[in-house]
Design a protein around this ligand. Sequence first.
Ligand SMILES: O=C(O)CCC(=O)C(=O)O
Ligand SMILES: [Fe+2]
Length: 351
Amino acid sequence: MSATSIPVIDFSSFDADPNSRATRDIAEKVLHACRDVGFMYITGFTNPSPTLVDSVFDITHRLFDGSLSASDKIQYARAGKPTGYTDVGSEVLEPGTYDVKECYNIQKALLDPTHTPTEAELPAFLRDPETIGTLQEFARQCRALSIDVMRAMAVSLQMDVEWFVDRHDDACKDKGGDNLRLLHYPPVPEDVLESWKVGDGYDGKRAIRAGAHGDYGSLTLLFQRDESGLQVLDKHSPTERWIDAPVIPGAAVVNTGDLMEYWTRGLYKSTTHRVVIPTDSGSQRRPRYSVPYFSQPNDDVVLSPVPSPLVAASAAGGQFEGPTGTVKGDREDGEFTSFGYLMWRLTSTYK
Ligand SMILES: O=C(O)CCC(=O)C(=O)O
Ligand SMILES: [Fe+2]
């Protein structure tokens, strides 16, 4: 088999009709992407529009221009919810590494147009009517696009086209739910860079932009612009091999998360990825911005295996031990709910 590459899938002819030729072709490519790579690029979608994506990057640039006050940095998970600010070094994705990144996580529930966020929920800059309006529209469009990808996934697994959509219908997502993340990777400062170069790490750790990790939820849509650096682990290589996932203008990166891997009992893969510090000194001195949108099923969805003949056949092979190992789910019968799974994953990531 030749070296793995990340498929680029054109969604322009996707019509969500499981019997149409176009949708079946796309679903076949999605099956390959999710089963064999865990990552794909999607192109050919109209929303979110390039203008809207640009506006969200502009907001992200301004948010992290250095003017956030200490009180604006509403601490992540302060109200027991997966929302808020995380500072450089506070998210530990890969043991022994130090993430040179800061981000604002915004729970989708805070971007519901019927909700007016308070100062305990979002900093003033993000509560500005025009800014929040842009973010609300962007979150709505990301959700709609994720839903179309989930339809293609359902078709690829020979399930009812709406199966995943029905379980991501926003009906019960106030505790967990989807998350929009605005990410800033500052230029790598000289001291970090020097210690990284000599290999003995920053504060005893190795500096990286985002340490190797798998995402937690069902599906991630990622917008990157200008600066590359994202890398995806090649599952098929006997030695550790990282595949570059460079910026492709107009495309979004899509990857399946740990929850989806568990839900499909290993048929779909959640692939480890990271963001590296650039090797050329010009890029090292430039910041990187990215905007992921994480989808999560409704809080109360029970993660027993999805009803797919493909999943049943592969689960029967007994290959999948699951990311949970010996961990028991939050339900009495030992199974996880969507929210229970998210909490279990989050508690192992933040100090
Ligand atoms: O910045 C990126 O390109 C990737 C970010 C990422 O993997 C994450 O936030 O989970
Ligand atoms: Fe990620």
